[in-house]
Design a protein around this ligand. Structure first.
Ligand code: PMP
Length: 459
């Protein structure tokens, strides 16, 4: 009996096949790939081109890694130079001319008072590994094991870094209030909120019955990134420095995301003028390639050889790309540029908020910007409190951005903060295009019927 062959399925566009195979073969734990179903095949500066031929303005920038955008000529040139030189690409932690140049360039960008008396440890290539190294370093140096960390923090996904991140539990980590202006944990905001947060911290450290394990260090982000773009007030940063210094608690600045000009200063600690004891650096320092280090005050260098080893600490291409990136940012004043342009973008976004009640807050520093999406109709009656976050609407805004060719990330407690991390090379015209597309996306998402979560469930 003749069997009728089923009609062949219409050929899938190549990018659809790739996306389909990804969803079949990759882990359920994949993240960005879920909300950004694109297949990048080419990229330059702010722009990514997908396999479907569509072009996108990339304000995710490899989660804040690409200070100079994609494939910047000075980065490509630096990589080619190493490749053409015949230098080994991987040398564990051995000395090389490429590494020597990287350390020299890195130290030249760091606050002088810090760099003049500092050591650097090359870590495994992720930010989280450098966070682990920082914890080991201060624990070895102080003989104490507790850690002080903040609500809303994000330090990475390995065990120690995760334990210090908000949302995790660990008996050795004491969680302290981060001074948020919007949704202030004390309900007062402003300077009074920051003062109260500092007072709380000081009180906890001095109260013999607070149950705080003796701290080996305090870790903070000068601007919380994944936590929803929360800039720490400069005065509060200085108070944290005083509080830790007078109690001989090493202060660890996690500048994995804020470093290399992102916030309008080369390093975000420069805004407050504090000198930390340890700086955790990754992302942009590798000029698009994986690289992570800690830099710390020499007196802390009491740990033993091998205390924090790892195979991949000698990526020569990352060091060369990083050197080129650091030098380019420094020579072209891109930190200052990020401050000016970021200020302008914040102002335009704030003026947008007047027309879009779902914009609860616009905040940031330099080119690290967040727009918090709320449900304005669910504002608690007569309380003056902020309306609850609206994760469904925020996800709709992200999708509307994508369909307008704009890639943004969501962050914050409930993934309701639309995050912009454009390259520092962003032009004025590109900045306008980004804000325009976001404005259109907000309007479209507001028009679209979206499912509301029960009021009050997110506070
Ligand atoms: N610290 C901060 C402040 C970060 O933003 C991140 C990553 N977003 C990390 C640490 C962890 O870096 P990685 O993802 O490279 O491990």
């Amino acid at each position: 009996m003749a069997v009728t062959e089923p009609a062949p399925a219409p050929p899938l566009a190549a990018h659809e096949g790739i996306l389909r195979r990804q969803s079949l073969r990759e882990s359920a734990a994949r993240t960005y790939a879920r909300s950004l179903p694109i297949v990048p095949v080419r990229a330059r500066g702010l722009t990514i081109e997908g396999a479907d031929g569509r072009r996108y303005l990339d304000c995710l920038s490899g989660a804040g890694t690409l200070a100079l955008g994609h494939n910047h000529p000075v980065v490509l040139e630096a990589i080619k130079k190493v490749l053409d030189s015949g230098a080994p690409l991987h040398v564990l932690d051995l000395a090389t001319p490429v590494k020597d140049a990287f350390v020299t360039e890195l130290f030249s960008t760091l606050p002088r008072e810090f760099a003049d008396n500092a050591r650097v440890q090359f870590c495994g290539p992720a930010g989280t590994d450098a966070v682990e190294a920082a914890f080991k370093l201060v624990r070895a140096a102080t003989g104490r094991s507790g850690l002080l960390a903040f609500t809303g923090a994000y330090h990475g996904m390995t065990a120690g870094a995760l334990a210090a991140s908000g949302g995790a539990e660990d008996v050795r980590v004491t969680r302290l209030p981060f001074p948020q202006e919007y949704r202030c944990p004390f309900g007062i905001g402003g300077e009074a909120g920051a003062r109260t947060a500092a007072h709380w911290t000081e009180n906890l450290l001095d109260d013999p019955k607070s149950g705080t394990p003796a701290p080996a260090g305090m870790i903070l982000e000068p601007v919380q990134g994944e936590g929803g773009v929360n800039p720490a007030p400069d005065g509060w940063m200085r108070r944290m420095r005083e509080i830790t210094e007078t109690r001989s608690i090493p202060l660890i600045a996690d500048e994995v995301q804020t470093g290399v000009g992102r916030t309008g200063a080369f390093w975000a600690v420069e805004h407050s003028g504090i000198v930390p004891d340890v700086m955790v650096l990754s992302k942009a320092i590798g000029g698009s390639l994986p690289l992570a280090v800690i830099v710390y005050r020499s007196e802390l260098d009491t740990w033993q050889p091998g205390a924090h080893a790892g195979t991949f600490r000698g990526n020569q291409l990352a060091m060369a790309a990083g050197t080129a990136t650091l030098a380019y940012v420094r020579e072209n004043g891109l930190a200052e540029r990020a401050g000016v342009l970021g200020g302008r973008m914040l102002a335009s976004l704030r003026s947008l908020a007047a027309d879009h009640p779902c914009v609860g807050d616009v905040r940031g520093r330099g080119l690290m910007i967040g727009v918090e999406i709320v449900d304005p109709e669910a504002r608690p009656q007569g309380t003056g409190a902020e309306p609850p976050p609206d994760p469904v609407l925020a996800a709709a805004v992200q999708q509307e951005c994508l369909s307008r060719g704009l890639i943004v990330e969501l962050g914050g407690r409930y993934s309701t903060v639309v995050r912009l991390l454009p390259p520092l090379t962003l032009t004025d015209e590109q900045a306008t295009a980004v804000v325009d597309r976001l404005a259109d996306a907000l309007a479209a998402a507001e028009r679209s019927p979206h499912r509301r979560l029960p009021t009050g469930s997110l506070r």
